[in-house]
Design a protein around this ligand. Structure first.
Ligand SMILES: Cc1cc2nc3c(=O)[nH]c(=O)nc-3n(C[C@H](O)[C@H](O)[C@H](O)COP(=O)(O)O)c2cc1C
Ligand SMILES: C=C(O[C@@H]1CC(C(=O)O)=C[C@@H](OP(=O)(O)O)[C@H]1O)C(=O)O
Length: 357
C-alpha cells in the first residue's frame, strides 16, 4: 500500500488528476478545534493551477468539500475527509501517453507497476495535482501548530542558478517570510524574484522547463521532539518530502556543505539566554540525534525541472516496441517550484504535528 502515512496522525490520499475527484482522510486530529477554513482556502490558492503565466493553463477551483469529521464548527476527532472535484480536465491531450512514454514522468514505471491498468490521463495518481489534498491537510496541521506557538514558513531559495538572499538559520524573520507569501512568488529579495520570473518565462518560451530549491523553516518546536533512528525528525520530514512528486533531494541545516567544515566549525555551540538554551550557529538545522534541540528546524528540497516539456524528445513506443519521437501537447508548468512552496510547508506541518501530538 502506498496511499497511507503516519503514526499518531494518519493520512490517506486518493484520486487521479482526470478522475472525478481527489482527496484525503486525516485521522488522529484533536477534537474540539475550530478550523479557519478561509485560511485553509488561502493555502489552497497558493498552490492552485492556472493562476499566472508561470503556471499550467489548467484552471481548478480547488474548493475542498468536507465529508466528515467536522461538526458544530469543530473537529470531532474522528476521521476528517476532504474532497476536491476535478473540473478542468482535457483528457484527449493524453491519448498518446498510453503508448509513448514521457521521459522523466511516471508513465513507464507506472505502466510496469500496475500492469498497464494505471490511469495515465494527466499522470493519474502520480500527478502533482494530488498535492492539493496534502495542502488541505497541511493547512489544518499548520493551524493546530500555530495554536502551540509553532510557525512553518518557506521561500524559494533558487530557480536554476538564480538565488534568493541567504537567511539567518538562528533567527528567522517570520514576518519577512509571511510578506513574501503574498508576492507573485515566495521570494524574499524582490530583485531575485524578478530574475527568477524572467528565467521561468525564458525556458517556457524555449519549450523547456526549469527546477529549483525550496527552503523551509519550522520555528517554535521545543527541544526534545523526535526519536533516534527510524522515526528521527529528519526521517519523518524526508519521508513526506519524497512523497511529493518532483522532489529529488533534501538537506538539513548546512546540508552537504557541512562536510566541508571541520568539527570546530560544524558544531553548534550551546549557550544560555536567560533560561533558554540556544546555539551560536545552526549548522545541524535544529536537529541532532534525530531529536530537536529548540533551534529553528531548517531544511531544503530540490525540485526537478518539469518533465513534460514541449520540445521534441526521444522515447519508446510500448505498443510497437520501437524507438520513437514524442512531442507533448497539453498544459504544463514550465516550473513546479513556485507552486510547490505551500506543499513543502504542508508536509513539514503534517510531520511535526505527528511527532508532537
Ligand atoms: C505542484 C506540482 C505541479 C506539477 N506540475 C507538473 C506538470 O505540469 N507537468 C509535469 O509533467 N509534471 C508536473 N509535476 C511533476 C510530476 O508530477 C512528477 O515529476 C512525476 O509524477 C514523476 O515523479 P518524480 O518526479 O517524483 O519522479 C508537478 C508536481 C507538483 C508537485
Ligand atoms: C492540475 C494540476 O497540475 C497538473 C500536474 C501535472 C503532473 O503531471 O503532475 C500535469 C498537468 O496536468 P494536466 O495535463 O491535467 O493539466 C498539470 O496541470 C494541479 O497541480 O492541480
Amino acid at each position: 500500500m502506498s496511499g497511507f502515512w503516519g503514526n499518531k496522525l494518519k493520512i490517506s490520499i486518493f484520486g487521479e488528476s482526470h478522475g472525478k475527484g481527489i482527496g484525503i482522510t486525516v485521522d488522529g486530529l484533536e477534537s474540539g478545534f475550530s478550523v479557519d477554513f478561509d485560511e485553509v482556502q488561502r493555502e489552497m490558492e497558493r498552490r492552485a493551477p492556472g493562476r499566472n503565466s508561470m503556471s499550467t493553463a489548467r484552471k481548478e477551483g480547488d474548493k475542498v468539500e468536507i465529508m466528515s469529521g467536522y461538526f458544530n464548527e469543530k473537529t470531532t476527532g474522528t476521521p476528517l475527509c476532504g474532497v476536491i472535484f476535478n473540473q478542468d480536465t482535457k483528457s484527449k491531450d493524453y491519448t498518446t501517453q498510453q503508448i509513448l512514454m514521457r521521459p522523466g514522468h511516471a508513465d513507464y514505471p507506472g505502466h510496469l507497476r500496475y500492469n498497464g491498468f494505471n490511469d495515465y490521463r494527466g499522470g493519474g495518481h502520480f500527478s502533482g495535482r494530488i498535492t492539493a489534498p496534502i495542502v488541505f491537510a497541511g493547512a489544518i496541521c499548520k493551524q493546530l501548530l500555530q495554536a502551540k506557538g509553532i510557525e512553518v514558513v518557506s521561500h524559494i531559495k533558487a530557480i536554476g542558478e538564480v538565488e534568493d538572499k541567504q537567511i539567518d538559520y538562528c533567527s528567522i524573520d517570520i514576518e519577512e517570510f509571511k510578506k513574501a507569501q503574498s508576492k507573485e512568488m515566495a521570494v524574499l529579495d524582490d530583485e531575485a524574484l524578478l530574475k527568477m520570473k524572467d528565467k521561468i518565462l525564458e525556458v517556457k518560451q524555449q519549450e523547456d522547463s526549469i527546477g529549483g530549491v525550496i527552503e523551509c523553516a519550522i520555528i517554535g518546536v521545543p527541544g526534545g521532539v523526535g526519536n533516534p533512528f527510524f522515526d528521527s525528525v529528519e526521517s519523518t520530514i524526508a519521508h513526506l518530502a519524497f512523497s511529493v512528486p518532483a522532489v529529488k533531494a533534501i538537506e538539513f541545516g548546512k546540508g552537504f556543505d557541512i562536510t566541508k567544515l571541520t568539527g570546530s566549525k560544524a558544531n553548534d555551540e550551546y549557550y544560555y539566554e536567560g533560561d533558554v538554551v540556544k546555539t551560536n550557529t545552526n549548522n545541524n538545522g535544529g536537529i541532532t540525534g534525530g531529536i530537536t534541540n529548540g533551534m529553528p528546524i531548517i531544511f531544503r528540497v530540490g525540485i526537478k525541472p518539469t518533465p513534460s516539456i514541449y520540445k521534441e524528445q526521444d522515447t519508446i513506443n510500448i505498443s510497437t516496441k520501437t524507438n520513437d519521437k514524442l512531442k507533448i501537447v497539453g498544459r504544463h508548468d514550465p516550473c513546479i517550484v513556485q507552486r510547490a512552496v505551500p506543499v513543502i510547508e504542508a508536509i513539514a506541518a503534517i510531520g511535526i504535528y505527528d511527532l508532537i501530538k
